[in-house]
Design a protein around this ligand. Structure first.
Ligand SMILES: *Cc1c(COP(=O)(O)O)cnc(C)c1O
Ligand SMILES: [Zn+2]
Length: 420
């Protein structure tokens, strides 16, 4: 039995029953995204740091008491990704960690949300689940659907999505609709088709349960740090759903007394897709702020109207964090720098968070003595073209020889063994 009590509008506070067709607030419309409320006393009676320590399940379902559905039917092992200590990556940061979400089954953090939504679709007896996506949410839903009996995925992606992400959709057997348009246009098409056909709608910032999946990354970070919350968590932001979920995870852990404070949350956008960073800087109300034109190499964080903007802004404001924007050059630079220093290979959207940390340190937003976690949200193998562009710009080129030892020696030269 889930401990969900209600769905509450993030804008006006109206409370709704958690019915299958309840996505957003009737009074506020799509901006009125819903918060999933729990009976935290009942949760506390079922799970605690001590019971978790004894639980061998490493997937998100170890936090099942704080989730809205049972994961019994979901076949993929989502969650349980490593948290690496990387003190050498940013010398100006006292204590730096990376949560590597490239190690999810479909190689991005989106698996967490798709697993929870698939579990709800099974519970609601809705065999077709659909989403629009810049690629990763789609791949996640397609992969999870492939591993969940009785669920099939229909996916709407911009025709410009990176090839690797489209390949994932096709191999997982989803029905793929390439939309000649932007992500935002694909999104509107998808929600319209879903409501006409009665399909279960996973869309980010529309389905309230995506936040529930994403919050598990915060629960994992807190648990992996021995329930000592970090000072700062840095995450890249497109629709704002991940950062909203991260906030909810830490806030619930705090309410349950598992941690004693909530970290400051830093949301990083591209200067080419900076809706929230701009709203933060100008102190604008995201309920009424108009869409911008979004254009960035970091396709996973391109959003002209971030669908989960209310939760995202709340996450940053209430934790006294910040939104920052970094340009595409800084994002590309970060890919190789992070990969070469840590072995973690981020896609452009994930690399943006590292570039954002640099900017935050420079601006004094993050202090030298602080404990910082950067969430690396997706794998660099998803966008090989961007990675090759990044290394080419950095002047990193392979040696090229015929299969001849002397030619190798000539090409290799006197170069230091440790810098090659
Ligand atoms: C989706 C995604 C993001 C941004 O998440 P939002 O919830 O849209 O803010 C960042 N990085 C990667 C790799 C993603 O797939
Ligand atoms: Zn409302």
């Amino acid at each position: 039995m889930s401990h969900v009590t209600e769905l509450a509008c993030t804008v006006c506070g109206r409370s709704y029953r958690p019915d299958p067709d309840r996505y957003v607030c009737d009074a506020c419309g799509p901006v009125g995204t819903l918060d999933v409320g729990y009976d935290l006393e009942a949760v506390a009676a079922e799970v605690s740091p001590a019971t978790l320590a004894a639980d061998p399940d490493r997937t998100i379902w170890r936090y099942g008491a704080l989730l809205p559905a049972s994961g019994a039917s979901v076949g993929l092992a989502v969650g349980g990704t490593p948290l690496y200590h990387v003190p050498g990556l940013a010398p100006d940061v006292g204590d730096l960690w990376i949560k590597d979400e490239a190690l999810e089954p479909t190689a991005s953090l989106k698996d967490r949300a798709s697993a929870v939504v698939a579990a709800k679709a099974v519970e609601f007896d809705r065999p077709v689940v659909t989403t629009a996506s810049t690629g990763n949410a789609a791949a996640a839903l397609a992969g999870v659907a492939a591993a969940t009996p009785g669920i099939e995925a229909v996916i709407f992606v911009p025709a410009s999505a990176p090839e690797a992400k489209v390949a994932q959709l096709l191999v997982y057997g989803a029905t793929v609709v390439l939309v000649d348009g932007t992500y935002d246009e694909a999104y509107d098409l998808c929600t319209e088709v879903a409501s006409r056909r009665g399909w279960y709608d996973r869309n980010t910032g529309f389905n309230p349960y995506t936040t529930e999946g994403k919050k598990t990354v915060a629960l994992e970070i807190a648990e992996q740090m021995g329930w000592q919350a970090p000072d700062v968590v840095v995450v890249s932001v497109g629709d704002g759903s991940i950062i909203g979920g991260v906030h909810k995870g830490f806030a619930e852990a705090r309410s349950l007394g598992w941690i004693d404070r909530i970290p400051r949350l830093l949301g990083v956008q591209s200067t080419g897709s900076n809706y929230l960073a701009e709203a933060f800087e100008r102190n604008e109300d995201v309920v009424t702020k108009a869409p911008i034109v979004a254009e960035t190499i970091a396709d996973s964080i391109a959003a002209s109207l971030p669908r989960d903007r209310v939760k995202a802004m709340r996450a940053v404001r209430t934790t006294r964090g910040a939104f920052l924007a970094v340009d595409d050059t800084a994002i590309l630079d970060a890919i190789g720098r992070v990969a070469a220093a840590t072995g973690v290979f981020p896609e452009p959207a994930a690399a943006a968070a590292f570039a954002g940390l640099d900017a935050a340190v420079e601006r004094g937003i993050v202090g030298r003595d602080e404990r910082v976690v950067v969430i690396s949200t997706g794998s660099g193998l998803k966008d090989v073209r961007a990675a090759m562009e990044a290394t080419r710009r950095a002047g990193i080129v392979p040696l090229r020889v015929r299969p001849d030892p002397d030619e190798f020696e000539a090409a290799y030269g006197e170069g230091s063994e440790t810098t090659r």
